[in-house]
Design a binder for this molecule. Sequence first.
Ligand SMILES: Nc1ncnc2c1ncn2[C@@H]1O[C@H](COP(=O)(O)OP(=O)(O)OP(=O)(O)O)[C@@H](O)[C@H]1O
Ligand SMILES: [Mg+2]
Length: 398
Amino acid sequence: MAKRPLILAVDVGTTKVSALVGEAHPEGELTVLGVAATPVVGMRRGLVFEVERVALAIRDAVNRANSMAGTDLNQAAVAVNGDHLAIVPGQARVNIKTGTVRPEDVEHATHKAAQVSLDGDRETVQVIRRGLAVDGFRGVVDPVGMVAHEMDAEVFVVTGLATVIRNIRRVATMAGLNPVLLIPAPRASADAVLADDEKQIGVVHLDVGGGTTGITVYRGGHIQYLGVVPIGGESVTSDLSVGLGVVGTQAERLKLEYAAVGSEREGTLEVRAVSGQSVKEIPVKELEEIVRARIDEWASMVESHLSRIEWPKGPAAGVVMTGGGSLLKGLSSFLQTRWGWPVRPGVPIGLAGLSDLSKSPGYSVVVGVARDSRLFGLRPEADSPWRKLAQLWFTLWS
Ligand SMILES: Nc1ncnc2c1ncn2[C@@H]1O[C@H](COP(=O)(O)OP(=O)(O)OP(=O)(O)O)[C@@H](O)[C@H]1O
Ligand SMILES: [Mg+2]
């Protein structure tokens, strides 16, 4: 019997590590066979700060996802996150020596386009193919077999700081994994939830996590922008902790239960003070002002990324949000009013199997990593030719 194309995807988030074992279907669906998340300490703003603790959390999440699926996979596709991620355009032209485009011409053109100059401390995380032109005709989807003199390739190269990437590989290896594929977290999350027609007409995707907010913009069917803001839901919690004088767990609870952006409620809340058992009263207005100040700052930072995109009318399909931080009450309507674009929650599409958990907002990255790696043909077999290629650079129609 042929081996099923099973995939192990891992997302090392700021607050939790999630792992997913899935079965890829040729038509693009993903059946989730195992999924687990383990809380993690030792990550900050999407970056690894304490390797051993993070490795332990990875091992735990992977073990549980594997045992749920009845598998023992260790070859994994792993998400890379953090505000060091950046996107650089590249392009190249190649001659078609045989007069007919062959698959190797497409690979050659793409590879050449991906040779963008990078600062010494940066490396390529992923190469995303944006478009091909054959003898000047742009927008050719599959040029193989076409008669041509030359072909142009346009790519976006997602780059990141080499030390950060080395540390992600290192923790994955310490956890017993073979991290054969690295995928930028914001893009994975966007691919998990966005429909093709949204990508076509223009859409902003925000993955609001604990320590980061990933920003991905699609238009014309292709990725146009990718960036990360180093702020997520944890900043709201720590502001509440400092501002109201309560411990972190208390602040988190207040955030989950009461905090809302722009609700303008009155009244007071009773909470336990940091020191001792004394109970203090907190005006709801004060709590909301703290949340609002942080969300205002966060929104301005997102806007400074979005202002780099040239579009006269904004994203026709609006804004799609994922990540646990996107659950903050009132956030969608706050953004809708501020930006004038529709805002909706993103739910992973094309999922079967244990899809309930994987549909929650904090799992879109791990689902997207599995979906994207499926397109690279990541398999349990150790020496797939893809694997070797994947270790060098990765292309994907976006
Ligand atoms: N109902 C909720 N209301 C407000 N915030 C929430 C809610 N549920 C979860 N969060 C927040 O979501 C954040 C965690 O989100 P998520 O799991 O997407 O982060 P992560 O992937 O670990 O982090 P990152 O993507 O930044 O590396 C936490 O700050 C948590 O407080
Ligand atoms: Mg995340």
